[in-house]
Design a protein around this ligand. Sequence first.
Ligand SMILES: NC(=O)c1ccc[n+]([C@@H]2O[C@H](COP(=O)([O-])OP(=O)(O)OC[C@H]3O[C@@H](n4cnc5c(N)ncnc54)[C@H](OP(=O)(O)O)[C@@H]3O)[C@@H](O)[C@H]2O)c1
Length: 248
Amino acid sequence: MKILITGASSGIGEELARQYAKSDNELILLARRQSRLEKLQQELLQHAKSVEIVVADVTKFDELQEKIAAIGFVDIVILNAGISVGHSLEITPFSDFKNIYDVNVLSNHAILEILLPHFLAKKSGKIVFISSLASLISMPSSKVYSSSKRALNAYAEGMRYKYKKDGIKVINVLPGFIKSEMTDKNSFYMPFFLSTKDGAKIIYKAIEKEKRFYPFPFRFYLIILLLNSLPNFLKEKIINSLLFDAAH
Ligand SMILES: NC(=O)c1ccc[n+]([C@@H]2O[C@H](COP(=O)([O-])OP(=O)(O)OC[C@H]3O[C@@H](n4cnc5c(N)ncnc54)[C@H](OP(=O)(O)O)[C@@H]3O)[C@@H](O)[C@H]2O)c1
């Protein structure tokens, strides 16, 4: 199988690449940090059939699309590249807002615009979105990130309905807190925190089982469902009581 993983230079993407490094898999690892990709390539070449790296900034849409076009067909694309600007109660600078949407939302369509004709021609392919439990509940300190992932959910849902009849599987994974460069920035308590390896293993299994919508850890998901089922005034009180001091 040919597998393209975006955001493969660290965290979840890097660990997912390790999960997929098997003798019959051809890996294509995409990110900006070339040296990290090369190091991972050296490590995984011992296990995978082949490991190609693509150095690309997913917000440079034209260059990105050229590089994706050069790849051609893949069996699985894992759209994992994502950013947050940490948790803050300050007004989000417009440039940060735009960057989050460029990476977390728009870049995925830039890639799929190129890959979809290949999937349609072969009547197969798996599209994996890495969303977040944060898409299901919007905290005051991370509303832009949450909204970007909620936009991603809506896009993934529509894509799933649209392409089901064409043999294309759309999988949307919504992780809770997993150790990575992204969560290393958080100085508050992260409930149900998972190691990168455990988080990636769960995601790998969800992809293998072709889960359409996969929020995890399940107990964290249940708490969010419970909060969302409360009357707004009560939910608001609870959310605001959870506010942490962003200066810590
Ligand atoms: N960790 C969590 O708790 C958690 C929870 C829910 C969802 N997620 C999602 O999981 C995904 C992976 O995040 P992570 O936690 O593993 O964080 P991470 O370690 O910071 O990894 C982010 C990856 O995205 C790549 N990336 C960022 N901006 C890019 C750009 N402009 N062009 C190309 N690549 C770019 C980074 O590579 P370069 O910097 O080398 O480009 C890196 O490989 C994200 O979509 C995140 O929203 C994470």
